[in-house]
Design a protein around this ligand. Structure first.
Ligand code: ADP
Length: 268
């Protein structure tokens, strides 16, 4: 279950790992426009193995677009994305299908609105990616999927359809579906913002458990307390740029940039 390999010499949870040559994810100069609207100006970031990067910032600042570019759901217009030593994309020229597939294979996204297939059961939702896209043996994936569903307390719901589940249960399926892809990087897009307040804590606890197990993550969140407790780095995004990044405890208490200060002031 744990994604870290103790024999991997590049594996490190040191704070400096994100900027070290062995960083799991490294993004440089990422740009993206939708028509005339340049949403990402030039985004640089890095995530070390076992690190959790929290992206915070105002609505419309480009946080979701960053995640979607990392996962290949959106095609960046420029810049580079490197994942470990294996995937290296320079969006100066359009990537091949093979390169994009390799990028998609390295990360898995957990969506704000869960995005489960409504006409598939819980188990079918979890099996779809590993069996159909990754072409792994169904029996092996099913055993893993059932163990993951058991872990999040949803074994009894394996044959239910998404509409029969609460929002919290649907999001747990969303997380299991991401884990079943065995990604190197988990991407969370405001995973609790569609949930009733009493269900938020459960999902945040589950994400925290995954962080403690050593999963590497990028998480877009408005939950500052969670970011302070779980993230190894926090980045403030505004106007399609990373305006400031640093240690969550230090930055959330005492930001250097005025824009960060104003944003945090509005939230607190
Ligand atoms: P955030 O996650 O910080 O709220 P987004 O990345 O969702 O920000 O959006 C940034 C900007 O990009 C917004 O102005 C949004 O309207 C625009 N945008 C996002 N996705 C699309 C799209 N598919 N087509 C056109 N505009 C988009």
């Amino acid at each position: 279950m744990s994604p870290t390999d103790p024999t991997d010499p590049t594996d490190s949870t040191d704070r400096d790992a994100a900027s070290a040559p062995g960083a799991l994810l490294r993004v440089r100069g990422l740009r993206k426009s939708f028509g005339p609207n340049q949403v990402l100006q030039s985004v640089d970031l890095a995530v070390g193995r076992g690190h959790v990067l929290a992206l915070i910032g105002p609505s419309g600042s480009g946080k979701t677009t960053i995640l979607r570019c990392l996962n290949g759901l959106e095609l960046a217009d420029g810049g580079t994305i490197d994942v470990a030593a294996e995937v290296s994309l320079d969006f100066g020229t359009p990537p091949s299908k093979k390169q994009l597939a390799a990028l998609r294979d390295r990360s898995a996204m957990v969506f704000q609105h869960y995005n489960l297939f409504p006409h598939k059961t819980v188990l079918e939702n979890v099996l779809e990616g590993p069996v159909v896209v990754q072409r792994r043996p169904k029996a092996e994936v099913e055993a893993e999927a059932l163990a993951l569903l058991d872990r999040v307390g949803l074994s009894a719901k394996k044959d239910s359809y998404p509409f029969e589940l609460s929002g919290g249960q649907q999001q747990r399926v969303g997380i299991v579906r991401a884990l079943a892809l065995r990604p190197q990087l988990l991407l969370f897009d405001e995973p609790t913002s569609s949930l009733d307040p009493e269900l938020v804590g459960d999902i945040l606890r589950l994400i925290k458990e995954l962080a403690v197990e050593g999963w590497s993550m990028v998480i877009v969140t408005h939950e500052l307390e969670f970011a302070r407790e779980v993230a190894t780095e926090v980045a403030f995004v505004d106007g399609g740029r990373i305006v400031e990044h640093g240690d969550p405890k230090q930055m959330l208490r005492n930001p250097k940039e005025e824009r960060t200060r104003q944003f945090l002031h509005r939230l607190l």
